[in-house]
Design a protein around this ligand. Structure first.
Ligand code: AMP
Ligand code: ZN
Length: 130
């Protein structure tokens, strides 16, 4: 049972922004800002890390194309593109999706803040992740 699969199969209504054989884009039901759009593969995959490269490549092409279109149509000053992978990262729907969030001003409802945590030894971090 996946709410986005139900939307993809037209069992739950949605406002479709874009559709092709592999990808569906819909308006987020809770518009963080005007034009907030979700872009998802039609194939059920839980998150980006589990997605095959071909699907991911097409998905990101559609995300880019729609971001350009949405910014032009809304007149937004900027766009955030967000993808949450895992509950701790804020993922609530376990079907891969990108958020396209138009930004209008500093006081709009979207908040994303990078705070520096404790100092890291960058060489150690590199050795760990490379
Ligand atoms: P995330 O927290 O990244 O998993 O985002 C899930 C998003 O799906 C949230 O922004 C919800 O508002 C949105 N959402 C949940 N149900 C629906 C629905 N039926 N139609 C459109 N958007 C939905
Ligand atoms: Zn699904």
């Amino acid at each position: 049972m996946c709410i986005f699969c139900d939307i993809i199969h037209h069992e739950i209504p949605s406002k479709v922004v874009y559709e092709d054989d592999q990808v569906l884009a819909i308006l987020d039901i809770a518009q963080v800002t005007k034009g907030h759009t979700l872009v998802m593969p039609k194939k059920h995959v839980e998150n980006l890390l589990e997605c095959d490269d071909e699907t991911a490549a097409h998905l990101i092409q559609v995300v880019k194309k729609l971001a350009v279109q949405i910014q032009a149509r809304t007149g937004a000053a900027a766009i955030n593109i967000l993808n949450n992978n895992g509950e701790l990262a804020g993922q609530t729907v376990k079907h891969l999706h990108f958020h396209i969030i138009p930004r209008y001003n500093e006081n709009d409802a979207f908040v994303c803040e990078f705070k520096e945590s404790e100092k890291q030894d960058l060489d150690e971090v590199l050795a760990l992740i490379q």
